[in-house]
Design a protein around this ligand. Structure first.
Ligand code: ARG
Length: 457
């Protein structure tokens, strides 16, 4: 009585909720490669005839050529990339196509395809981050001796060199690279041949398919093989950590580009204007990198929530693993490229940086240290004396090393003219030559090490 309408409704919704082809078509290259490895192995092991294996392989190449030329067709009835490819293969080569799915399931198939995709994304992140490191090291080398205020609480703290500041990001990006490298090593095992969940009774050679696909070997537990998405989570964790670093770097450029700071002129190519305020040059690319870090960490949350509480082995929830990984990878690649351009092309206004370092009483610690060293005053007392000197300089609107000696002596008679040597920002940074310190000679050493590590001349 009501079936005409009702029977249609659920099936339309079912088709739509079930279909992953709108997004998993991005896996087509991996799906073809894994199928070719699988069928070559089936042929070598005598599970299918050598002749059928060749027919299927050539058919897969023909499907790939069509995808390359025209894109992947999106038919919800075919659900996903695996069924779409197999159905097109059958149209091209006939019933022999049905032999391809021997000794495998879509569960190990998707686990394999997705691993291959994530592995590529890790490699892509590596090369992007390497280019960012090259940009950082290059600019740091140019500015090993350029003085700027160093901040804590975003308040002027002590003078540092711009090269030193940039090299801090070199270190952070280095840790990101090691996280991606570590994740890649851990994930590089082939789940293909785990079949639906329990393995297969066919005499397959899992080592052969693993090697053909560039894996270090097969996974060791079939249940784990089809239910594991740690590799995707590892990728997203590394991507999130990296995005947080990029966001902090972006934030520095945003602050530095603001007029009251005026430390940098951002490249026009990575800025936008305002439709109403002609004077504006907005750091949109940096702001979007900062914003994207939020979305990337959201992708990590999404997949963690998807995986939490799933019993072994495969559940359809896991189909939702792909969109957050695809989204994060796209955003991360853009963010890395944007920050690489920004670091490479930004004009650093070193005269403004120097002036800000001189005016911010950044050498107050040097005065206190001088009192400790030259006058043998306990640091706490030296800190107090220095505070009085800063107060005086502030009330006169002048720098510490511009205060007349008599005024300093009035604060503490143990101060003499040698103090001025310690009070300049140049002397301050030059003194900080402990390992990893901001002294230009230290920065040059670190830059040289980094250039070595990156294989630069
Ligand atoms: N499209 C599915 C996914 O991405 C493929 C695996 C389907 N397996 C299944 N038993 N329904 O997860």
């Amino acid at each position: 009585m009501w079936g005409g309408r009702f029977a249609e409704g659920p099936s339309a919704i079912m088709r739509e909720i079930n279909a992953s082809i709108p997004f998993d078509k991005a896996l087509w290259r991996q799906d073809i490669a894994a199928s070719k490895a699988h069928v070559a192995m089936l042929g070598a092991c005598g599970v299918v005839s050598g002749e059928d294996a060749v027919t299927i392989r050539d058919g897969l190449d023909a499907v790939a050529a069509e995808y390359e030329a025209n894109g992947v067709p999106e038919d919800w009835d075919l659900e996903d990339i695996h069924m779409t490819t197999e159905s097109r293969l059958a149209q091209l080569i006939g019933p022999v196509a049905g032999r391809l799915h021997t000794a495998r399931s879509r569960n190990d198939q998707v686990a394999t395809d997705f691993r291959l995709w994530v592995r590529d994304a890790m490699d892509q992140a590596q090369s992007g981050l390497e280019a960012l490191q090259v940009a950082l090291v290059t600019r740091a080398g140019e500015h090993a001796g350029s003085i700027m205020p160093g901040f804590t609480h975003l308040q002027t703290a002590q003078p540092v060199t711009l090269g030193h500041h940039l090299m801090a990001y070199y270190e952070m990006i280095g840790r990101d690279r090691s996280r991606f490298a570590d994740a890649r090593k851990r994930m590089n095992r082939s789940p293909l041949g785990a079949a639906a969940l329990a393995g297969t009774g066919f005499p397959i050679d899992r080592l052969m398919t693993a090697q053909a696909l560039g894996f270090d070997g097969p996974t060791d537990n079939s249940l784990d093989s089809v239910s594991d998405r740690d590799f995707a989570l590892d990728y997203l964790m590394a991507a999130t950590q990296c995005a947080l670093h990029l966001s902090r770097l972006a934030e520095e450029f945003i602050i530095w580009a603001s007029q009251p700071f005026g430390f940098v002129t951002l490249p026009d190519a990575l800025s936008t204007g305002s439709s109403i305020m002609p004077q504006k040059k907005n750091p949109d690319a940096a702001e979007l990198v900062r914003g994207h870090s939020g979305r990337i960490s959201g992708c990590l949350m999404a997949l963690m929530m998807t995986m939490k509480g799933l019993p072994l082995a495969y559940s359809k929830d896991m189909q939702d693993d792909k969109p957050p990984v695809f989204e994060a990878a796209g955003l991360l690649a853009l963010s890395i490229a944007a920050m690489t351009g920004m670091v490479a092309e930004t004009k650093f206004r070193t005269e403004r940086m120097l002036a800000a370092a001189e005016l911010g009483f950044a050498t107050a610690t040097d005065l206190a240290d001088w009192l400790v060293r030259q006058a043998d005053i306990p640091f706490r007392e030296a800190h107090h004396i220095t505070g009085a000197a800063v107060k005086l300089a502030e009330s006169r609107g002048t720098a510490l090393d511009k205060l007349p000696l008599e005024d300093l002596k009035a604060i503490d008679s143990r101060i003499d003219e040698r103090v001025f040597k310690a009070l300049s920002v140049e002397a301050s940074v030059a003194a900080r030559k402990s390992h990893g310190g901001t002294a230009p000679e230290q920065v040059r050493l670190r830059v040289a090490d980094a250039r070595d590590a990156l294989g630069l001349e």
